[in-house]
Design a binder for this molecule. Structure first.
Ligand code: SF4
Length: 487
């Protein structure tokens, strides 16, 4: 039976912030704003009265009330703190991310360090202003320091290139991306690739004329590994021919599913200058892989990993997920141990996020899905293990609806930090996204602002309109260039 949590506010008074905070403290409840609450529902009211904001939460005779005086400049943060204090006292719980709800938490530490504050000042401020727990603050500081070291001085001409291959061999139960079946839709894939190459050549020619310089390339998806060796050669050859990639620092091919990896594909990838490759097991427990709809076994992952290793890429990345259905803390820790045994240069740990468009969302009950204590203990232990083996956190982002209000965090051996990941999460670089469903942004360093660059998700529309889509992107890039007379 659903448990309801009613939010009562004046109009839309910080409705999203209130809702997000409530969801973090009460993940097993359905949050509602409209309707009549009953005695078995929790009610939270947040209102403004003159210069004061007041909050009150009630359930079965238990009540917590608080109020604060609003200071105009800090209003949003103050409301979040008021809510946090109210909900924390009521539940006797604290959140590891405190009041920080943004998807890029390292940005706050980054901004404070750039203002000239020292590490101690930044730690104290984040603790005081956002109530983030100690371990997470130190990760944020480490990541922000790395970003500052790698990304400065800022340069408007330095850009990242993302190419999207939105096709997969099967659909994972937790997936919320718009991807197509690479087997059933092989004709669409072939048309898509032709149009993608067209977009690369149009946008690449414009970028070259502008004097832009691509620092990192990321071929992602979907599962780029579904492309055959000939298609990989065509794709990477077109990038080499048309894009300004002469001084690229990092070139990633997200092979993705181990079952798509073959020797001839790897040869094509390596010959084209790729130096970072992702092979993603997600879990190293066979029953889990079968549960989540991956069509490969643990053994197949090991074989693919060994094959990739033979080709001598500078950096191998492996992704794993915390919070997969049915996994215990021991399962998750065992996956991490096995990955450490292989010793890839990068390991990315994702917290499972159950989004609306995933198969999983329709098949689970909120009350039973995430075992918070298992995922929390697993995350703490896995991070500890990685750090003790000299892997450092180098990028972090958060998503909504995650297991244990968790984060996604990339660990790296020194000198192998994924530049593309750091650049996109810092919001300090332009990212040129090409292909259906890709996202990008143009960044203006002078004013520290960016405009989004979106591409239609529907593959048929992309195929039909590719010339127009490429022209629009060039217009956006030129507006950036006009800013500094780049063209
Ligand atoms: S491999 Fe990635 S993109 Fe493809 S279905 Fe699985 S989660 Fe989605």
């Amino acid at each position: 039976m659903s448990k309801y949590f009613y939010i009562i506010t004046d109009g839309d008074f910080y409705a999203n912030d209130i809702r997000e905070m409530a969801m973090q403290f009460f993940p097993e409840y359905t949050i509602k704003k409209i309707g009549l609450s009953t005695e078995s529902d929790i009610t939270l009211s947040v209102n403004r009265e003159g210069k004061k904001a007041k909050s009150k939460i009630e359930f079965m005779g238990k009540k917590v009330e608080k109020e604060i005086v609003i200071v105009k400049d800090a209003q949003r943060r103050q409301i979040k703190t008021l809510l946090y204090d109210t909900l924390s006292e009521f539940t006797e719980k604290s959140l590891k991310w405190g009041t920080m709800t943004g998807i890029r938490p390292a940005r706050i530490a980054h901004g404070k360090l750039i203002e000239g504050k020292n590490k101690k000042q930044v730690i104290d401020e984040i603790r005081r202003e956002y109530k983030v727990e100690e371990g997470r603050i130190s990760d944020l500081i480490d990541i922000a320091c790395l970003e500052i070291k790698k990304l400065y001085p800022l340069d408007i001409k330095k850009m990242q290139l993302y190419i999207n291959i939105p096709f997969c061999p099967t659909r994972c139960s937790y997936c919320s991306f718009i991807t197509r079946d690479s087997n059933a839709d092989s004709d669409v894939l072939s048309n898509y690739l032709d149009k993608l190459l067209e977009e690369i050549s149009i946008v690449g020619t414009g970028l070259k004329e502008s004097g832009a310089c691509i620092e990192s390339v990321y071929i992602g998806g979907g599962t780029p590994g579904i492309l055959d060796a000939g298609s990989i050669e065509r794709l990477l050859g077109t990038i080499r021919k048309h894009m300004p990639v002469d001084s690229v620092l990092e070139y990633t091919f997200e092979a993705g599913r181990p079952d798509t990896i073959t020797e001839d594909k790897l040869a094509a990838i390596k010959d084209s200058g790729v130096d970072r490759i992702s092979v993603n097991p997600q879990s190293l427990t066979d029953a889990t892989l079968s549960n989540i709809g991956r069509c490969h076994s643990v053994e197949e992952f090991y074989k693919a990993y060994e094959l990739v290793k033979k080709f001598g890429f500078k950096t191998i990345n492996c992704d794993m997920i915390i919070g997969l259905e049915g996994e215990t803390e021991a399962d998750m820790v065992r996956t991490a141990e096995k990955l450490l045994g292989l010793g890839p240069e990068n390991i990315t740990v994702h917290s499972l996020s159950v989004k609306k468009s995933s198969y999983l969302k329709g098949s689970i009950h909120k009350e039973s899905f995430f075992d918070e204590s298992e995922t929390e203990k697993a995350a703490d232990e896995i991070y500890r293990m990685f750090k003790s083996r000299q892997y450092v956190p180098y990028y972090i982002y958060r998503q909504k609806y995650t297991a244990n209000n968790g984060e996604n965090i990339g660990f790296s051996k020194a000198g192998h930090e994924g530049f593309y990941n750091m650049a996109i999460m810092s919001d300090k670089r332009s990212v040129i996204g090409l292909g259906a469903g890709s996202t990008g942004k143009v960044y203006y360093p002078d004013v520290d602002r960016f405009d989004r660059m979106e591409t239609v998700k529907n593959i048929e529309l992309y195929i039909r309109d590719v010339k127009k889509i490429a022209a629009e992107k060039l217009k956006q890039i030129k507006s950036l260039a006009n800013d500094i007379d780049m063209f």
